[in-house]
Design a binder for this molecule. Structure first.
Ligand code: HEC
Length: 257
């Protein structure tokens, strides 16, 4: 352990100025909250698409490659939009979609339900949401679901890659001040999230081609979360509570003798 040389640029948290330790602590708190909201978002938008309330591989397959037995509106109403509609109204819509989503029954039953529950947001005024106003517009969501379209994936990919790099650069930079031996373990924890984000984002596209890649999405996401938790907990602990081993804190004293 102690025979592994300490790099001359290494500084433990306790050796940093107090202002930097507060800066790191603040950043950790904000990033930790951000990560929690991100997880809530994943659960509320993807979990439950397959009818099982947990986040499953099937949810991810549906989210990226679509489902062979459902339409966009069914996927949305059983997933992120489920809170927007009563069970009775949901049944009416599903029956109509199941029957082919034709003109029959649209005006009498479907249109009033949509007007009452959906048009506050889906009236076409927001360019990012499907316009559900009128029979012609609603066609885009009652066709077979082919998952998130490529254009959206490309948009989300670049946002994700930039965002995740910011998060894990800051996390890794803070964590680099922790005292961890052997050094390769520390380096692995710092580097793994970047591998995960690359695997994660590319698997969104591969999931469209082969559903098995949904496992990569799930595992890479989990591993990234694990690295985040490890770095967060160790950094926070060593910032304020940890006692640095003597051979580390005394490394300059020993040299002076
Ligand atoms: C409070 C605003 C709001 C209401 C009300 C609402 N939605 Fe949405 N809807 C959204 C948002 C925001 C998204 C994007 C969510 C996401 O990407 O996770 C969305 C996404 C969708 C999608 C998938 C993406 C798209 O735009 O095609 C469908 C389908 C959908 N909603 C249908 C409905 C239906 C049907 C209703 C009525 C029962 C409804 N929504 C009510 C805000 C709303």
């Amino acid at each position: 352990m102690s025979d592994q040389p300490i790099h001359r640029l290494y500084r433990h948290f306790k050796e940093l100025p107090m202002s930097m330790r507060f800066l790191f602590t603040g950043a950790l708190l904000a990033l930790g909250m951000g990560y929690m909201f991100a997880m809530i978002y994943v659960y509320t938008s993807d979990a439950g698409r397959d009818g099982n309330p947990a986040l499953t591989v099937e949810d991810i397959v549906i989210s990226y490659s679509g489902t062979s037995d459902g339409t966009k509106i069914e996927a949305a109403l059983q997933g992120p939009m489920s809170a927007m509609i009563s069970t009775d109204d949901l049944a009416e819509i599903l029956t109509w979609v199941g029957a082919g989503a034709g003109k029959d029954g649209y005006e009498s039953t479907v249109q009033p339900i949509i007007a009452k529950n959906c048009l506050d947001c889906h009236d076409g005024s927001n360019p990012h949401l499907s316009n559900l106003d009128g029979f012609d517009n609603i066609q885009s969501v009652v066709e077979q679901d082919t998952g998130t379209d490529l254009h959206t994936l490309v948009r989300v990919s670049h946002i994700h890659l930039f965002g995740v790099t910011f998060i894990f650069f800051i996390m890794g930079f803070i964590f680099s001040h922790a005292w961890i031996r052997p050094v390769w373990v520390k380096s692995l924890v710092v580097f793994t999230p970047f591998l995960c984000i690359a695997a994660d984002v590319s698997s969104w596209y591969f999931t469209k081609l082969y559903a098995g890649f949904a496992w990569v999405v799930l595992i890479a996401g989990g591993l990234m979360g694990l690295c985040f938790a490890v770095m967060w907990i160790i950094s926070m602990y060593q910032l304020w509570f940890y006692k640095v081993p003597d051979h580390v804190s005394d490394r300059y004293k020993i040299r002076e003798i």
